[in-house]
Write a protein that binds this ligand. Structure first.
Ligand SMILES: [Zn+2]
Length: 308
């Protein structure tokens, strides 16, 4: 039994190792700050100093939320009655607004959220739908299904937004058309293997993380300063850098160009009611109560189980 378990563990470990750059690689941006510390500073404030697309914001009346934001709140991120939703309409996209949700207790304000996300050029930004802010003790972020969650005080951390958008680009703007992350293919593995360094410690978490970090460097190259002028020399990761510049800068996705506009948009989630308190306040007219839908779905599953 022990050996069987051990072999399963070893097999799982070898898969994990194969999916990440070797831990022996040197790191271009030293720990503990890593890449963010380099790119969020520098000339004119680095990525933080980039201009953002202008926007108008319209707050949703209390009581209704996009299903995505409701699910995040009841999943533990916030008291559902304390989630604010906003339509953030950027001036460079006339296909519709980005809906942003924010817990009342989140450290990031709605204007910080909208302006920092708006620093990402529209051809990249258009691959993300919902952007949300939640409270936490320090800054972090995550991306799933082209939706970004920002946690804690991410002020002056524009690189976080570029990094999360990059995960969507990896799957949707590199030719794989959503089938899988391009960075999981052989070419990226080869390029990492040819180079003697990766961007920083976080790049060693997985091939998609290493690609996303280089995508943030490409955004810096396009909007702040040539990466080839940075110290130490970019020579140790030139194979990675050249490829992502070709993917995201020569084809101006992570590069802001005057007059650029969006040419696509993800569809919206359904709108749901916050819950019984919102119904009682008369704030849910015309929309379903999510808790009632879930209760009905659960009853149906139970029924099926009894019939089967
Ligand atoms: Zn990531």
């Amino acid at each position: 039994m022990v050996s069987k378990y051990l072999s399963i563990i070893l097999a799982a470990a070898s898969i994990a190792m194969a999916d990440a750059p070797p831990s022996s690689k040197a790191e271009w941006a030293p720990a503990p700050g890593g890449l963010g510390a380099v790119l969020n500073s520098g000339p004119n404030g680095g990525l933080n100093g980039l201009p953002h697309s202008t926007y108008t914001k319209t707050k949703w009346p209390w009581g209704k939320l996009p299903k995505h934001c409701y699910d995040a709140a009841v999943g533990g991120k916030c008291d559902v009655y304390k989630v604010e939703a906003y339509d953030i309409q950027y001036s460079d996209c006339n296909l519709g607004a980005n809906v942003m949700c924010r817990c009342e207790t989140a450290q990031v304000t709605i204007d910080q959220l909208a302006s920092d996300f708006g620093k990402v050029p529209v051809k990249a930004r258009q691959w993300v739908s919902y952007v949300s802010a939640w409270p936490d003790s320090s800054c972090s972020a995550g991306s799933s299904n082209n939706r970004i969650d920002v946690y804690g005080d991410c002020t002056n951390s524009a690189s976080v937004y570029f990094h999360e958008v990059a995960h969507s680009l990896d799957s949707w703007a590199t030719g794989t058309n959503g089938a899988q992350a391009w960075s999981l293919g052989q070419e990226w593995r080869d390029r990492v293997s040819w180079d003697s360094c990766v961007s920083d410690y976080y790049a060693k978490a997985s091939y998609p993380e290493s690609w996303a970090q280089v995508a943030v460097m490409a955004a810096y190259h396009a909007g702040v300063k040539s990466v080839w002028e940075l110290q130490p020399s970019m020579g140790c990761m030139a194979n990675q850098m050249n490829k992502v510049i070709e993917q995201l800068v020569n084809n101006p996705i992570m590069k802001r160009v005057a007059g650029q506009t969006c040419d696509r948009r993800w569809p919206d989630d359904e709108t749901v009611c916050m819950g019984p308190d919102a119904v009682a306040a008369g704030a849910c007219n015309g929309v379903a109560r999510r808790d009632e839908i879930e209760a009905a779905e659960k009853a149906k599953r139970m029924e099926k189980r009894f019939i089967a």
